[in-house]
Design a protein around this ligand. Structure first.
Ligand SMILES: [Zn+2]
Length: 244
């Protein structure tokens, strides 16, 4: 009698464990989706930063070109004026100014050259970044769909199992069900376990020998004194493995 009651509970437990596994599986999906969305976000941030640098480069280049143009005009104007100057002092002063202006232009030209080189590198980086981002976006789209369809499948399976559970619970002794619920919540989903060779298969501890005997004879429902799970006499292993 007690064995039958526990068998009904054990059937319920099988379904509950399947439901638990499905729920655990379903929880992994949103985590994966978050992960790939984070990766997409990082790719986007990196690309935006590179685009920002490219825009800075273009701005700096325009400014440099403009400045260089003005300075060159100035140099030309001064050079044409050199011969018109009356005194050696004026000549020397302008010649010094010219010298400085030419040096400044040389630096600006070098900077321009550097900016042009940097521009090419940045253009390449933007290209790589764009390809990387669209790859991440494709992953989000593809895996997003896959995740959605597995979540749908999990939901269907869970509904089926819930229906099965409702049917099984009708076959269980009501007074045991609430205790079963409490234990399985505390004990990782497993509330009904066999005792094999005197060992509770829930907590792997030995139960008192007298209790092991009672399991075979008593009509009472017994619980493991250590983990409090419902226990019943399981099948003993055959041959040399019998142990204890
Ligand atoms: Zn136990």
């Amino acid at each position: 009698m007690s064995r039958e009651k526990l068998k009904a509970l054990e059937e319920l437990q099988k379904v509950d464990l399947k439901i638990r596994d499905l729920e655990a599986e379903a929880e992994k999906h949103p985590a994966r989706l978050r992960q790939i969305e984070i990766e997409r976000g990082q790719a986007k941030t990196a690309l935006d930063a590179t685009r920002g640098k490219l825009a800075d480069n273009e701005r700096a280049r325009r400014q440099n070109e403009q400045l260089l143009g003005l300075e060159r005009d100035k140099v030309k104007k001064w050079e044409s004026r050199l011969n018109e100057l009356k005194t050696p002092r004026e000549y020397a002063a302008l010649a010094r100014e010219l010298d400085i202006a030419k040096k400044t232009n040389l630096t600006a030209e070098e900077e321009l050259k550097r900016l042009i080189g940097e521009y090419d590198d940045l253009r390449k980086l933007v290209g790589t970044g764009e390809a990387g981002l669209s790859e991440k976006e494709a992953v989000v789209t593809r895996e997003g769909q896959e995740i959605q369809s597995s979540l749908d499948a999990v939901q269907t399976q869970t509904q089926e199992l819930q229906a099965e559970r409702a049917r099984l619970i009708e076959e269980c002794d009501k007074s045991l069900v609430s205790k079963y619920e409490r234990i399985r919540k505390q004990r990782g989903g497993v509330a009904v376990v066999p005792v094999v060779s005197g060992t509770c298969k829930g907590c792997q501890r030995n139960i008192p020998p007298q209790m092991a005997n009672n399991l075979l004879t008593s009509s009472e429902i017994l619980s493991c004194p250590n983990c409090h799970r419902f226990i019943y006499a399981g099948e003993e292993p055959q041959g040399d493995e019998a142990g204890v």
